[in-house]
Design a protein around this ligand. Structure first.
Ligand SMILES: C[S@@+](CC[C@H](N)C(=O)[O-])C[C@H]1O[C@@H](n2cnc3c(N)ncnc32)[C@H](O)[C@@H]1O
Length: 268
C-alpha cells in the first residue's frame, strides 16, 4: 500500500494529470492487460493525498483518494491477522514488531483477572496479541479508521473480550479509568510527541493501575513523561509515583539511530 502525498498548490494541471497517469500505469492488472512486465514489488494499492501544509504528516482527516487497488492491506503478526487502512498506524518491520510485542506482553504479564488498557492502540495490535491471557482489553486511539480496524481485527480473530474507544487519550482516559476497581495494567505507545500531561495525570490518578509498560519511539519526549510519572505527588499530580524497573531497546529500524525503548514502571 503506497500513499503518495503531494502539494497540489505547487503543481500545474498538466503536472497533476501526468502524475495520475504515471501512478495509474503502476496498476499491475492494467500493466498485464497491456503486456507490461510484472513488477517485482507487490503493489496492492496507491492512494493520492493533496496536502497543502508544511508538516511532514498530514492530519488524519486530510482526504485521501484511492487511485487503484484494495482499500485495506492485511498482515499476519503473532498468529493473528490484522487489517490496516491507509490512515492507520502499523509497524512496518513485522518480525521486529513481533519481538517488541512479545516483550511488552511478558512485562505487562496479564492474567485472566487483568484488564489491559492499551493506550494509543492503533489497529489494536498490542492488546489483541494479549487478549487470550487477559480478562479484557480496552484500547484507546484517536484516529477513526484505526479504531474501525481494531474493532474489525478483534472480530476477524474471534476475540470477544476487547473493546475500543475513539478519542484523544488526554480527553477520554480519565473518564475511562474513573471508578475502575479491578486488577489492571496500562500500556502506552504514544507518537513521537509523547503523552499529553492529562494522560499521565489520569494514569497516576487511577490507583489500581500499578504496572505500566511505556513504549517510546522518541526518547526526548519520553523524558518529560518520566518526570510526570515518577515525581512526588503535588496539587496537579495526585496518586503515588511510579518507578522505572526495567528497560530494553528493540531495534525496529536497523542501521538507523532509532530504537523503540520499552520501560516497565511499577508503584505500590
Ligand atoms: C506509535 S503508534 C502505536 C500504535 C499501536 N500501539 C501499534 O503498535 O501499532 C501511536 C498511535 O497513537 C495514536 N495517537 C496519537 N496521538 C494520540 C492521542 N492523543 N490519543 C490517542 N491516540 C493517539 C496514533 O494515531 C497512533 O495510532
Amino acid at each position: 500500500m503506497v500513499q503518495c502525498q503531494f502539494n497540489g498548490a505547487a503543481a500545474s494541471e498538466e503536472e497533476l494529470r501526468t502524475l495520475r497517469e504515471q501512478l495509474l500505469a503502476l496498476d499491475p492488472s492494467k500493466a498485464e492487460k497491456e503486456g507490461g512486465k510484472e513488477s517485482q514489488v507487490q503493489l496492492r494499492s496507491i492512494f493520492l493525498q493533496d496536502y497543502r501544509d508544511v508538516s511532514n504528516k498530514a492530519p488524519y482527516d486530510c482526504p485521501t483518494e484511492l487511485l487503484w487497488g484494495e482499500k485495506h492491506i492485511y498482515e499476519t503478526l503473532l498468529d493473528l491477522r490484522f487489517r490496516v487502512s491507509v490512515d492507520s498506524f502499523f509497524q512496518v518491520n513485522t518480525s521486529a514488531a513481533e519481538v517488541l510485542y512479545r516483550l511488552i506482553a511478558e512485562w505487562a504479564a496479564p492474567d485472566p483477572e487483568t484488564t489491559v488498557f492499551d493506550i494509543c492502540c492503533g489497529t489494536g495490535t498490542i492488546g489483541l496479541t494479549m487478549a487470550k491471557t487477559a480478562k479484557e482489553i480496552v484500547g484507546i486511539e484517536m484516529v477513526p479508521s484505526a479504531i474501525e480496524d481494531a474493532t474489525f481485527n478483534a472480530q476477524l480473530n474471534g476475540i470477544t473480550n476487547a473493546r475500543f474507544i475513539l478519542g484523544k487519550a488526554e480527553d477520554v482516559l480519565e473518564k475511562t479509568l474513573a471508578g475502575f476497581s479491578g486488577r489492571c495494567v496500562g500500556i502506552v505507545d504514544p507518537p513521537r510527541a509523547g503523552l499529553h500531561v492529562n494522560t499521565t495525570r489520569a494514569i497516576r490518578k487511577c490507583l489500581p493501575l500499578k504496572r505500566l509498560v511505556y513504549v517510546s519511539c522518541r526518547q526526548g519526549a519520553f523524558l518529560d513523561n518520566i518526570s510526570e510519572l515518577c515525581r512526588s505527588p503535588s496539587k496537579t499530580l495526585s496518586g503515588a509515583p511510579f518507578r522505572p524497573v526495567r528497560a530494553m531497546a528493540v531495534d525496529m529500524f536497523p542501521h538507523t539511530d532509532h530504537v523503540e525503548l520499552v520501560v516497565l514502571f511499577e508503584r505500590d
